[in-house]
Design a protein around this ligand. Structure first.
Ligand SMILES: CC(C)(COP(=O)(O)OP(=O)(O)OC[C@H]1O[C@@H](n2cnc3c(N)ncnc32)[C@H](O)[C@@H]1OP(=O)(O)O)[C@@H](O)C(=O)NCCC(=O)NCCS
Length: 168
């Protein structure tokens, strides 16, 4: 019987995480983004899924600020989420998102933002409506947010610097 477990990523997982990201996306950009976010100290919650001792899924939430004039509100951005292709459709992605949400709430986080398919992320409570008034170069239907408590609805989304490097 297979054994799936979710746990916080550790420094020893870096190579396995890189491989899962590369296999899931079929390119190296996301794996590079993960390394840059972690190295930059911007990771807030980072989890892996192990199946029989092998890392087959990975999720990272990084620090994102909502800037309103002189005020800066700390939120998180979900990216990237990756599951080893041979394990797609077995609930690993969903399990990672739900567990990360529990940990984020416990840590006092109140707002998460994601850029992705609304059909997928809508399952976990993300909506474009909640993100529609943010000022962002990523503004559009794919930009979604989920709030668990008091959090701004307007303001400029300021991502960790690794994202700027990715877009360059
Ligand atoms: C997206 C991803 C993480 C989902 O992981 P997963 O473990 O297969 O997801 P789950 O098993 O929890 O959910 C699977 C369901 O989501 C659906 N789904 C998967 N990717 C989807 C997408 N991009 N858009 C809409 N639905 C999607 C599947 O069709 C499946 O639906 P079903 O339950 O009705 O059969 C995985 O497909 C992946 O690594 N993809 C490549 C990387 C990627 O695109 N990451 C997300 C970037 S925003």
């Amino acid at each position: 019987m297979s054994m799936m477990s979710i746990r916080a990523a550790t420094p020893r997982d870096r190579e396995a995480i890189r491989l899962v990201e590369e296999h899931a996306f079929g390119q190296q950009a996301e794996a590079g983004l993960v390394d840059a976010l972690v190295t930059g100290g911007d990771a807030v919650v980072e989890l892996v899924v192990e199946e029989d001792g092998q890392v087959v899924g990975h999720i990272l939430f990084s620090r994102l600020y909502v800037q309103n004039g002189g005020k800066r509100f700390a939120a998180v951005a979900l990216a990237p989420l990756a599951v080893e292709p041979s394990f797609h459709g077995t609930g690993i992605g969903g399990a990672l998102i739900r567990e990360a949400h529990v940990r984020l709430k416990e840590a006092g986080e109140t707002l998460a933002v994601v850029l992705g398919d609304p059909t997928y992320y809508g399952r976990f409570g993300y909506t474009h409506d909640r993100a529609a008034k943010f000022d962002s170069e990523y503004q559009g239907e794919a930009l979604q947010a989920l709030a668990w408590g008091d959090a701004p609805e307007t303001g400029r989304l300021v991502y960790a610097s690794a994202f700027t490097a990715l877009a360059a």
